[in-house]
Write a protein that binds this ligand. Structure first.
Ligand SMILES: *Cc1c(COP(=O)(O)O)cnc(C)c1O
Length: 372
């Protein structure tokens, strides 16, 4: 669906880093990669880390999230968001989605914050998720969180290159986390970054990510730290990928446009995310199926693709429906569950060849024709 799109350029950067002798989780490629991503997103500080999950974990810790707190987040997300909240000892409170984008519904967020305050809970952060490369509605979310005095920490893991209201995803809130996992819009094979305009927060993230070492030759420790830094070799791969980010987004957008053209003629199927995707990075393209109109379901479509050896998947299974979070509180409107039941994510990667895309389109056409 979204396999790594790497080639000679990445190889050259990687080999050069290797030959430079900087094989450690520190080095000139890490420093340069941090500067380049910060410049691209429009923030002043970036800390390269071993994963997006590590960025979420340290960001939450540095915003002061502690055991017993509540962190309000989107229910429609990948488990890493909720897992990182749990690592801090806080409890996630899940908020449901806007139907069109799957992103956190600002009205429900407001209701959740009001009810949590009435219940006397300490809400330590709001973590909106930029689902599948579309930024959440920060224009509404930030003032709502502000009114409750709660910092926003954006999970922009899927959204590098996307924007909202003229600002890049990753530049909203007090800080944000992005991911360079193998399936993301660009990859370091594994990695992530914490982005912020807050110099103290960035410094503290770096300190905690390197085992909380005090500046003493014998390594003095006054706090528990983590080993969460990104390797210099992987940062080199990331630098090569970043030079290609716009091209890789354009490629994904072109594939989405092909799906959009195809499904324009099929009643009851819509491209997920709404009509206006100019600000999306088009990381993954999904369709939403109204089985009452089509006469077939999202699962039927997936099964037909699987028969042609084509990968597809439902949207994320909402966190409030996951057995591991069965005890968590949530503020729901049913949209995330509906999207989970009616959505199918299609092959979207920028490494797909023209022939690959044509193969998928042909399979979809056969399916649509057979069910007219
Ligand atoms: C991928 C992802 C993460 C985790 O990033 P890793 O680099 O894989 O740890 C977190 N949140 C969301 C929404 C993601 O899609």
């Amino acid at each position: 669906m979204s396999s790594p799109d790497v080639g000679e350029l990445e190889e050259t950067y990687l080999v050069n880093a290797f030959r430079s002798g900087w094989i450690a989780p520190l080095g000139p490629d890490v420093d340069a990669f941090e500067r380049e991503v910060a410049d691209r997103v429009g923030v002043t500080h970036a800390a390269a880390l071993s994963s997006g999950t590590a960025a979420l974990h340290l960001g939450l810790l540095c915003l002061g999230v502690k055991p017993g707190d509540v962190v309000v987040t989107s229910t429609l997300t990948f488990a890493a968001t909720a897992n990182a909240i749990t690592y801090t000892g806080a409890r996630p409170h899940f908020v449901d989605s806007e139907l069109e984008t799957g992103n956190m519904d600002p009205d429900l967020l407001e209701r959740a914050l009001g009810e949590l305050r009435m219940a006397g809970e300490d809400v330590a952060a709001v973590v909106p998720v930029d689902l599948l490369g579309k930024a959440a509605d920060y224009t509404r979310i930030e003032p709502i969180a502000d009114a409750y005095g709660v910092p926003v920490f954006a999970d922009a893991a899927e959204a590098l290159g996307a924007s909202h209201a003229g600002k890049q995803a990753g530049a909203f809130g007090a800080a944000s986390a992005i991911s360079f996992n193998g399936n993301k819009i660009m990859t370091t094979s594994g990695g992530g970054m914490l982005l912020t305009d807050d110099a103290d927060l960035a410094r503290r993230v770096r300190y905690l990510a390197t085992q909380a070492r005090q500046p003493a030759v014998h390594y003095e420790h006054t706090e528990i730290g983590y080993n969460y830094r990104l390797s210099n070799l992987l940062a080199a791969v990331g630098r090569a990928q970043l030079t290609r980010l716009d091209g890789m987004m354009a490629r994904r957008r072109a594939t989405r446009d092909r799906y959009r053209a195809l499904f324009a003629t099929v009643d009851g199927v819509e491209i997920f995310g709404g009509a206006d995707d100019r600000d999306d990075n088009c990381w993954l393209t999904s369709v939403v199926v109204d089985a009452e109109v089509t006469g077939w379901s999202a699962a039927d479509l997936s099964a037909a693709l699987a028969a042609d050896d084509i990968e597809s998947r439902p949207l994320w299974k909402p966190m409030h429906l996951q057995p591991v979070f069965a005890g968590a509180q949530s503020t729901l409107n049913g949209n995330a569950q509906r999207l989970f039941e009616t959505g199918v994510t299609l092959p979207s990667g920028s490494a797909l060849s023209d022939a690959d895309v044509a193969f998928v389109i042909a399979a979809l056409e056969r399916f649509a024709c057979a069910h007219e």
